[in-house]
Design a protein. Structure first.
Length: 590
C-alpha cells in the first residue's frame, strides 16, 4: 500500500468545516416545491362523497366514511374520504380523479405525532391547519384524468327538421358512444336519481368495453322500456352525475339509446327465464309504460295477465302524447312486441266503465291501475269554450293517430312544460307560426332545457309573464286572446317568485288557434261509486302505499294517476314496485 492510499481517509476531515446538507427536522424547516405532494386537504362542502378517490387508490389507502353534519342528499352520498398515511404513496391519483376538484394536496411534508392513529384522518374534518395552504398539488382540469366535456349529440338541422316528423336525434356512432361511456367514473350516485334504480354504471361500463348485448341485458333487469328512456327520459340521473359538478354530466340517456337501438329483435338479445304458470290472474287497466312494465314482469313470474286499453293503439301517453320526431312509432312497437311476447294478453279499444270495472274485479285476483292523466286542465277564463281553442293533449293525440286537425297559420300555445313544447314544435311542423305564452319567466319553465332550446331553434317565440284574461271571437274565423302582463313578486328564500297581474293593462293577440297546455288531471269516472268512496284520493291522485296498493286490498295503482312526478321512468318504477306488491298480496303476505 502506498503513502497516497494511507493518507486518503484523512481527507474526509475537511468536511468538518462545511455546512451540512441534511436538515434537522423539525428544528430547521425548508420550504417544499410549490407543487409538492404533501398532506391531503378536502373541501367538505364541495365534496359529494362519490368515492372515486377510494376506487382509484392503488394502495387501498382511502375509505369512505360517514361524517357528522353531512347527510345523504341529491347528488351527495353523505360519505367523505378518510386517508391512511401508512398506506398512501402520495401518487395523487385521488386528486387527479376527483370529479369535483374538492380534494387537493398541500406542500406540507413535516408533521410529527406521537399517536399512530393520528396518521389516519378525514381531510378537512379531523385535522385542522392544512386547509389554508394555497401551495401544493392541484388537479389540472385540462390535462387530468377526468374528461369533463360531453361527446356532442348530432341532430338534424333545425331548418330541415321542421319540414317533417323525422327523428331529430341522429344518435352516437360506436366510437362516440364508447368515448362518452369512458367518461363515467362509476361512482353510482346516478342510481339514487333514477326512480327505477337502474344499474347505470354497470351498463355504461359494458358499453365502454363494447359489450352491447350485456349492456342491454343489464338494463332489462328492471326496465323493459330502456329504449323509450334512451329517447325521451327526463334523465334525472344526469343531475346526480359527479362529473356534472365541474363539467358536462355523462350522457346517460343517449348511451341507453345507443345500446338498445343496435338490436332490432329484442327476443334474440334479452336472456330471461319464465317461471312455471300460476293459478292467479292480474288485470291491468292502461297500456302505458307503467302498466306494461307490470305486465312484463308478472308474466315472467308465471301469472296470467290481461291488459285493457281504451285507445286503438298500445303505449298510453307515450303513443298518444309524445311526438314522433322524439319517439318514433317503430321504436315503441319493437318494445311492446317484446313485452307481449312473454304471455300477457292485450285488449285494445276496451273502455272500462263502472260496470266493466266490477266485472274485472271479479274476474281477476288483483287489479293494477295505470290509466295516466287523460283529462286536461282548463284555463278558467271566459270564452274558453271557443271552437278555436284546443287542448294540447287532444291535439297531440289527433296528430299521432293521424286524425284530421286544423290549426291554421298563427298559433299561440299557453303553458311552459314539456307538453307545451311538444305542441309548439308539432305546430311548427304543420306550417304554423308559433308563440308560447308563459305566465312566469323563461328560466322558470318546467320544460326540459333541451326542449326549450329545440323549440327556439325551430323558430318558436317565447313570451314571458303573460296571463290570459279571456278568449273572444275574432273576424275571418280567428280567435282573440286578451291577456295581461305579470310582475314577479319575491316569495322568500327557497321559493320561486310568484307572477302577479299588473292591473289596468290589457293586450290582444289574434291567432287561428289557441292550444292550452297547462297540465292534465286524472279522470276516475270509470270507477264504480262504491269503489271511489273507499279510495283515498289526495290532490287529484290515488294514494298508495310503498307497494303501490291503494286503500282497497288487491287494487294497485301507479304512474301519473298516483305519482306527482308524471314522467315515463316514474311510471316504470311504479309498475316494477307494483309487481312485488301484487306478488306478496297474491301469496297472502300483504
Amino acid at each position: 500500500m502506498g503513502l497516497k492510499e494511507v493518507l486518503k481517509p484523512l481527507g474526509a476531515w475537511r468536511q468538518i468545516a462545511r455546512r451540512p446538507h441534511t436538515i434537522l427536522v423539525p428544528t430547521i424547516k425548508r420550504e417544499a416545491a410549490e407543487r409538492y405532494r404533501g398532506f391531503h386537504v378536502n373541501d367538505l362542502e364541495k365534496c359529494i362523497g362519490c368515492g372515486t378517490c377510494a376506487a382509484v387508490c392503488p394502495n387501498e389507502a382511502i375509505d369512505m366514511v360517514k361524517v357528522e353534519g353531512f347527510e345523504a342528499k341529491k347528488g351527495d352520498s353523505g360519505y367523505r374520504p378518510r386517508i391512511d398515511y401508512g398506506r398512501c404513496c402520495w401518487c395523487a391519483l385521488c386528486v387527479d380523479s376527483c370529479p369535483t376538484t374538492s380534494l387537493k394536496m398541500t406542500n406540507e411534508y413535516i408533521w410529527i405525532r406521537d399517536v399512530p392513529e393520528d396518521f389516519v384522518y378525514i381531510p378537512g374534518y379531523d385535522i385542522k391547519g392544512f386547509e389554508d395552504k394555497e401551495k401544493g398539488y392541484r388537479k389540472d382540469k385540462e390535462h387530468g384524468l377526468t374528461n369533463y366535456n360531453r361527446v356532442p349529440m348530432r341532430e338534424l338541422d333545425p331548418g330541415e327538421r321542421v319540414k317533417s316528423f323525422a327523428e331529430v336525434v341522429i344518435g352516437y356512432t360506436e366510437e362516440e358512444a364508447r368515448k362518452e361511456a369512458d367518461r363515467c367514473v362509476g361512482c353510482g350516485l346516478c342510481i339514487a336519481g333514477c326512480p327505477d334504480r337502474m344499474h347505470i354504471p354497470d351498463y355504461i361500463r359494458a358499453i365502454a368495453s363494447g359489450e352491447y348485448e350485456r349492456s342491454v341485458n343489464i338494463m332489462y333487469e328492471n326496465n323493459p322500456f330502456a329504449e323509450l328512456c334512451g329517447k325521451v327520459c327526463t334523465r334525472r340521473c344526469e343531475s346526480y352525475c359527479s362529473i356534472g359538478h365541474e363539467g358536462d354530466p355523462v350522457a346517460i340517456r343517449w348511451l341507453k339509446r345507443f345500446a338498445t337501438e343496435r338490436f332490432s329483435d329484442l327476443k334474440e338479445v334479452i336472456k330471461v327465464r319464465k317461471q312455471e304458470p300460476k293459478d292467479k290472474s292480474v288485470g291491468i287497466i292502461g297500456a302505458g309504460p307503467g302498466g306494461l312494465t307490470a305486465a312484463y314482469y308478472l308474466s315472467l313470474k308465471g301469472y296470467k295477465v290481461t291488459v285493457y286499453e281504451a285507445m286503438p293503439e298500445v303505449g298510453g301517453m307515450t303513443m298518444a302524447g309524445i311526438p314522433k320526431y322524439r319517439f318514433p312509432f317503430p321504436s315503441l312497437k319493437k318494445q311492446v312486441d317484446f313485452i307481449l311476447s312473454h304471455g300477457a294478453d292485450l285488449k285494445l279499444n276496451y273502455y272500462v266503465d263502472p260496470e266493466k270495472f266490477r266485472e274485472l274485479m271479479k274476474r281477476h285476483d288483483a287489479i293494477y291501475l295505470g290509466v295516466g292523466l287523460m283529462k286536461p286542465w282548463n284555463l278558467g277564463v271566459p270564452g274558453e269554450e271557443h271552437p278555436n281553442v284546443i287542448y294540447a293533449i287532444d291535439f297531440l293525440r289527433k296528430v299521432n293517430f293521424n286524425e284530421p286537425v286544423e290549426i291554421g297559420k298563427e298559433v299561440v300555445v299557453i303553458g311552459g312544460g314539456d307538453v307545451a313544447m311538444d305542441a309548439a314544435r308539432v305546430s311548427r311542423r304543420m306550417g304554423a307560426r308559433v308563440t308560447i305564452a308563459y305566465r312566469r319567466r323563461k328560466i322558470d319553465m318546467p320544460a326540459d332545457h333541451e326542449e326549450i332550446e329545440g323549440a327556439e331553434e325551430e323558430g318558436v317565440e317565447i313570451w314571458e309573464k303573460i296571463i290570459p284574461l279571456r278568449v273572444e271571437d275574432a273576424p275571418e274565423g280567428k280567435v282573440k286572446l286578451v291577456y295581461g302582463k305579470a310582475k314577479m313578486v319575491d316569495q322568500g328564500p327557497g321559493k320561486r317568485p310568484k307572477p302577479v297581474l299588473i292591473e289596468g293593462e290589457e293586450y290582444e293577440m289574434v291567432v287561428d288557434r289557441i292550444i292550452v297546455a297547462i297540465g292534465q288531471q286524472a279522470d276516475l269516472s270509470f270507477l264504480p261509486e262504491e269503489i271511489e268512496e273507499k279510495l283515498e284520493v289526495e290532490r287529484g291522485r290515488i294514494k298508495v302505499n310503498e307497494r303501490q296498493m291503494t286503500s282497497i286490498p288487491g287494487l294497485f295503482a301507479g304512474g301519473d294517476v298516483a305519482n306527482r312526478v308524471a314522467d315515463a321512468i316514474s311510471a316504470i318504477a311504479d309498475g316494477l314496485r307494483a309487481v312485488k306488491g301484487i306478488e306478496l298480496y297474491l301469496k297472502g303476505e300483504l
